[in-house]
Design a protein around this ligand. Structure first.
Ligand SMILES: [Zn+2]
Length: 66
């Protein structure tokens, strides 16, 4: 019984949860496409930029009222 060898390995795309075959034919794995990869990266960058950006705006507003 060598079912593990003959069965193609698949993963779920972290962005849209579609089934992606894990292999050289899928360069964006574990994502299903370049678009899903960029969406995931974009949302991650957006989260990390949002908080410091709001803090800086509040501080600048108070300090600039001379
Ligand atoms: Zn996807």
């Amino acid at each position: 019984m060598e079912t593990e060898h003959s069965r193609p390995r698949t993963v779920n795309c972290p962005t849209c949860a579609v089934l992606v075959e894990w292999g050289p034919a899928q360069p964006w794995r574990p994502f299903c496409s370049e678009r899903c990869r960029l969406i995931d990266l974009g949302s991650w960058l957006d989260e990390s930029h949002r908080i410091p950006a709001e803090d800086a705006t509040l501080l600048t507003d108070e300090n600039d009222s001379q």
